[in-house]
Structures are given as C-alpha cells and as structure tokens.
Design a protein around this ligand. Structure first.
Ligand code: NAP
Length: 330
C-alpha cells in the first residue's frame, strides 16, 4: 500500500489519510506572533511551500496547517499548484486547519474559518479543529493576549465554540470537525452534548507519550486520534531524543528502516494518523515509506514500554493551569 492509499474511516462516512505533512515551522510562526501581522519571511515561506509540493509529489494526500502556524498561504499555493497540474482532484486531498484560541467566541468562529479558507484559496476544509479547549480573550492584534505576563483566558465554554463549528459543517465550509489537545474528560463532556460528534482528537503522541487511556477512549467512541509531534520534535538541546533511543534503533536496524520510520509505523499500525513535519526533501520522502512493512507484536510491545509521560509541548507560555479548560493531562 502507498501513502496515497492508506486511509482510515471517520465517524461521518468520510475518511482521512493516515499520513499527513505537518507545517508548523517554529521560527516562521514565532516571527509572525512577534510582529502580529501576516508578513512572510521569503526564505522560510518558500521552504514551506516547497516542502508541501515535495510531499504531494511523494504521495502525501493530507496536509496539516493552522492559522497560528502562518503556513496556510504556503500550503494553499502548493496544493493549488498540484491541483492545476491535475496531479489529483480536490476530493483526493485532505486539508486540516485549526481555530485559534482567541476566536472561541461563537461570533468569531465563522470569520476565523473564512480567513483560513481565504489564506488557503480553497472553498472548503476537510477538517477544522478547535486548536485547544482553552479560549483566550479576543484582544485585537493579539494572538497571546497577556496581562502581567499571564495569558488572558476567556470565559467562553468550548461547548459553545463547538456549536458554532457545527454550523460550519451545515454550511458546507468544512466537511468534518474535531478537537485538539482535549483530554479524556473534555472529550466525554463534548460527546454528551454534541449534535455532530468530533471526528478527530489531535494530541501529542509518540513513544515517550502514549496517553493510552485517552487513545482507547477516543477510538472506542468512534473518534480517530491524530498524533501531532509524532517524532517528539527533536531539538539538539533536548535530553529526550526519541530518534536516538536504543530500542527504536535496534528495531530500525532489524527492519532495514530508519528510527523515524519505525516511530511513524508504530502509530499507523494502531490506526493513529501521523503528521510529521519536515522541510528536508529526503526526510519528507523517507517518512512516507511506512506502509511497506509491519512491526511484530514483540516490537510493538517494546515501543509501548518506552512511555515515560514526557511532553514536548508543556505550553508553559499559557501559564494557565488555573484555566478551567487546561488540557494537558489525560
Ligand atoms: N495541534 C497541536 O497543538 C499541534 C502541536 C504541535 C504540532 N502540531 C502539528 O504536528 C506537526 C508535527 O509536529 P512537530 O513539527 O512539532 O514535530 P515532529 O514532526 O515530531 O518533528 C519535526 C522535526 O523532526 C525532524 N524530522 C522530520 N523527519 C525526520 C526524519 N525522518 N529523521 C530525522 N529528523 C526528522 C524535522 O527536521 P527538518 O524539518 O529539519 O527535516 C523537524 O525538526 C506540526 O508541524 C503541526 O502540523 C500540532
């Protein structure tokens, strides 16, 4: 099976490709947060667009973006270039974007979605996710509104935000809706009132953060789980280096694959969608070659045993463990 064929059904009759390209490029996004406007840095903008084109050419049929990544324009340009070339049709490509925390007020949801669609140059999204359950106050021009260095939480309930997202499906602006960074009790609460069930919960998942109970809960309730940060977003200064883990390396050597391929294969074999980010052509291609081998039960168990509840994204910037919807626990 190839990357373009590997899909998993959603609870609404549609399906999502198991492999997508992540497009959060920290330097690029942070530059936008700091200046607070949509200005592009030519070199990284071009790199993101090229990465998406390489991915599409390598068989990826799913791209993950978000308004807060400031990569929607680049994703849109790359996707439209391949649509114009008739490499595939719009129906064959799956585009995810996300509602940022400052737009949780129901009145802000539709305009935020329209802005994402305009950035992408597309008429609909395949999936729109609530980026986190934590709303921030909508202070014009501020993506991380703060007072005394503390994030200004909003008092909008994510249930009300969700109801506004359901209307986007009714209107045909998005095909599916879902959530991101929701813990189990938040998903449970949402399921108890949702008219449209969330199709996806996108959370941080990798061999050092298994979140087994939450994954089991979502999957047994018809919610597909997507692993963001599937490689642990390796940084040279991190103590935790999943790609260098001796257990992963031994399994990689045995299978004639790289550590990254083993880590990604582990998730897709558990019906978990993966969205690794890379701007490097050879890695983008490498990460797509995970559908031509299978890990055995012993290898799967050895990887599962690596869980140590380590998070890449503690999001301490939010300073919000007092926020009513602070999500980062099972
Ligand atoms: N919903 C959320 O709150 C949320 C949060 C975080 C991320 N995400 C999504 O998840 C995506 C992935 O997460 P992430 O970007 O944080 O981290 P990641 O995909 O775990 O790791 C990305 C890093 O791994 C490197 N890499 C990629 N493939 C590799 C390979 N085969 N071998 C060695 N190194 C490799 C990349 O380097 P190069 O680019 O230099 O090749 C990049 O620095 C994001 O881009 C975003 O779309 C969502």
């Amino acid at each position: 099976m190839s990357a373009s064929e590997a899909k998993i059904p959603l609870n609404n009759g549609l399906s999502i490709p198991l492999l997508g390209l992540g497009t959060f490029v920290e330097g690029h996004a942070v530059r936008h947060f700091n200046i607070g406007v949509h200005m592009s840095e030519p070199s990284q903008s071009e790199q993101i667009k090229t990465a998406v084109e390489i991915a599409l050419d390598a068989g990826y049929r799913h791209v993950d973006t978000a308004s807060i990544y400031f990569s929607e324009k680049e994703v849109g340009m790359a996707v439209r270039s391949r649509l114009e070339r008739e490499d595939f049709t719009r129906k064959e490509i799956f585009i995810t974007s996300k509602l940022w925390n400052t737009f949780h007020d129901p009145a802000d949801v539709r305009p935020a979605c329209l802005e994402s669609l305009s950035n992408l140059g597309l008429s609909y999204l395949d999936l729109y996710l609530m980026h986190t359950p934590m709303g921030f106050q909508n202070v014009p021009g501020e993506l991380f509104p703060r007072k005394n260095n503390m994030i200004l939480a909003s008092n909008v309930d994510y249930i009300d935000t969700w109801k506004a997202m359901e209307k986007l499906v009714d209107e045909g602006l998005v095909k599916s809706i879902g959530v991101s960074n929701f813990n189990r009790s938040q998903v449970e609460r949402l399921l108890s009132v949702a008219r449209i069930k969330p199709a996806i919960n996108q959370v941080e998942l990798h061999p050092y953060l298994a979140q087994q109970e939450m994954v089991k809960y979502c999957q047994s309730n018809g919610i597909v789980v997507t692993a963001h940060t599937p490689l642990g977003s390796p940084q040279p200064n991190f103590e935790e280096q999943i790609l260098l883990d001796p257990v992963i390396i031994a399994i990689a050597e045995k299978n004639g694959k790289t550590a990254a391929q083993i880590i990604l294969r582990y998730q897709v074999q558990k019906n978990i969608v993966v969205i690794p980010k890379s701007l490097t052509a050879s890695r983008i291609v490498q990460n797509s070659k995970i559908f031509d081998f299978k890990l055995d039960e012993d290898e799967m168990q050895k990887i599962t045993a690596l869980d140590r509840n380590w998070r890449r994204y503690n999001i301490d910037i939010f300073q919000s463990d007092t926020h009513p919807y602070f999500p980062f626990s099972e």
